[in-house]
Each structure stands twice: as C-alpha cells, then as structure tokens.
Design a protein around this ligand. Structure first.
Ligand SMILES: NC(=O)c1ccc[n+]([C@@H]2O[C@H](COP(=O)([O-])OP(=O)(O)OC[C@H]3O[C@@H](n4cnc5c(N)ncnc54)[C@H](O)[C@@H]3O)[C@@H](O)[C@H]2O)c1
Length: 253
C-alpha cells in the first residue's frame, strides 16, 4: 500500500504514540481521521498534521462504546469517501497486583473495575473499531490494513494482570483477523512496543523506570518515531499480515 493519499484512522491520536504516528504519516501524504476522547488534545494533533499539509479531521469517540464507534466510523467514511487504514492505538493502564498480602491475610486485590476499565478500552475498543473499519473496507472493495498496538507486556508482567491480558488478546485478534479478512484484501498486523519515551511511561516512578531500562539490552527507551516508522513499514509491505512485530530494544526474551 502506498501511504500518500491513503485514508488513515488512528485511535488515541490526541497525544503520545498516536500523535507521533499521525505526524509521521501526515509528512508522507496520508489523509488522517484522528480519534480520541480529549477534544483539546485532538485539536493540537490536527494542527501538527496540518503543518505538513495533510487533510486532517478530528473525531471525539470513546472506543469502548459500540454506538459511538459505529456512528463515528460511518461519519469518517462519509467525510473522506472511504477508509483504507485503521491504527488501533488507544490504550490505558490501571496497574496493580492481583493480591496484596499482609500479616497472613489478603489486604488488597485488583478491583473488578480496575480489570474491566482496561479490558473495555484495550480489548473491547480494539474489537469494536476493528469490526467497524473492516466492514467499511470490505464494502469499499479496495481492501485495507489494520494495525493493532499490543505490548511487550502481552507475555505477562508483574502488576499488569489486566493490561497484559488485554494486550495478549489484541495479539490473538490480529492473527484471527489476518486469516478471516484476507479474502476481502484486508491485512492485519500488530506492533508490540517495549518501553517507549511517552506520557504513559512518564507516569512510572523513576526507580521503576530505571530498573526497566536495565532490562533492555540496548539500555534505553524507544523513541516514538521508532514505532511510527514500523506502522509505515507494515502499510508499505504488502506481504506483512498476521504477525506481531516486537520493537523493544531486545527486551523480550
Ligand atoms: N508508551 C509505551 O511505552 C507503550 C509500550 C507498549 C505499548 N504501548 C501502547 O501504545 C498505545 C499508546 O500509548 P501511549 O503511551 O501513547 O499512551 P497515552 O496515554 O500517551 O495516549 C493514549 C491516548 O488514548 C486516548 N484514549 C484513552 N482511552 C480512550 C478511549 N476510551 N477512547 C478513545 N481514546 C482513548 C487518550 O486520551 C490518549 O490520548 C497504547 O495502546 C499503549 O498500551 C505503549
């Protein structure tokens, strides 16, 4: 697929990796539908993309809500005259241990709401947006590409029962979609970033961050453009499908 003139929807595009991907693709001539919960952040992303001369529109959509996703993607298809690419990037973390044990007793547990909120956005959100986008792409008859953002944590990580489970689910959905949707000319692939230099990582305590970097053979955080350029690689290489590409400085064993 050629990036120039492709119609690309990116979720969670108000900041962080989503904004970096939007700018990277804007520079290369994509037409962009930017999705987020936060209107103000979206406006800043739109302005950044427009600096590169890209046609860019913003959509306030909660990816975890079926009606908002279905009506929002229908609007995108009408506004742009179709859809060729979806990057399922919106994601949240609500970390905590499954159990905390004190004086021989369970003192705390990961709450159901802590579990559910992450599953709703990271897993159900990817399902809902993927389903809506695939429908538009299949009906358009010209195929397309879905890129899902998983994580190094999909292999399991301390304090991330909810997040790890959601990201493993995203990896499994990617393989399933590659198999189911190839008949409509739609490819699906995922990226599993390691520790990338973003706001999400900035929320971590410095000592935790330091210990994380020590686990990376390259001894540094990844840069946002190193993920954005992987999105571009997936779009441009028509033989990539059904795989999760780890971009983590060698952190995954
Ligand atoms: N930053 C990292 O090191 C890292 C590593 C591995 C994976 N990831 C994944 O990459 C993606 C982006 O991460 P980031 O660091 O840029 O995060 P971020 O928190 O900086 O940005 C996430 C964006 O998603 C939006 N969002 C959250 N919930 C939403 C919802 N329900 N509907 C619509 N938009 C919503 C937020 O408003 C925000 O703009 C996430 O899926 C994350 O899990 C990040």
């Amino acid at each position: 697929m050629q990036i120039a003139d492709s119609i690309v929807a990116i979720t969670g595009a108000g900041r962080g990796l989503g904004r970096a991907m939007a700018e990277y693709l804007a520079e290369r001539g994509a037409r962009l539908a930017l999705i987020d919960l936060n209107e103000e952040d979206l406006q800043a992303s739109v302005a950044a993309c427009e600096k590169h001369g890209a046609e860019t529109r913003s959509y306030v959509i909660n990816v975890a809500k079926e009606d908002e996703v279905d009506s929002g993607f229908a609007r995108i298809a009408t506004d742009f005259g179709g859809l060729q690419v979806l990057v399922n990037n919106a994601g949240i973390m609500r970390d905590g241990m499954l159990l905390k044990f004190k004086d021989g007793k369970v003192a705390d547990r990961m709450s159901l709401s802590q579990w559910q909120s992450v599953i709703d956005v990271n897993l159900t959100g990817v399902f809902l947006c993927g389903r809506a986008a695939a429908g538009i792409m299949a009906e358009g008859g010209k195929g397309g590409v879905i890129v899902n953002i998983s994580s190094l944590s999909r292999a399991g990580n301390m304090g991330q029962t909810n997040y790890s489970a959601s990201k493993a689910g995203v990896a499994a959905m990617t393989v399933t979609w590659a198999r189911e949707l190839a008949r409509y000319g739609i490819r699906a692939a995922a990226i599993a970033p390691g520790f990338i230099n973003t706001d999400m990582v900035a929320q971590m305590r410095p000592e935790i961050l330091e210990s994380l970097v020590k686990q990376v053979p390259l001894r540094r955080l990844g840069e946002q453009d190193e993920i954005a350029s992987t999105v571009a690689f997936i779009l441009e290489n028509d033989f990539v499908s059904g795989r999760v590409i780890d971009i983590d400085g060698g952190a995954r064993i």
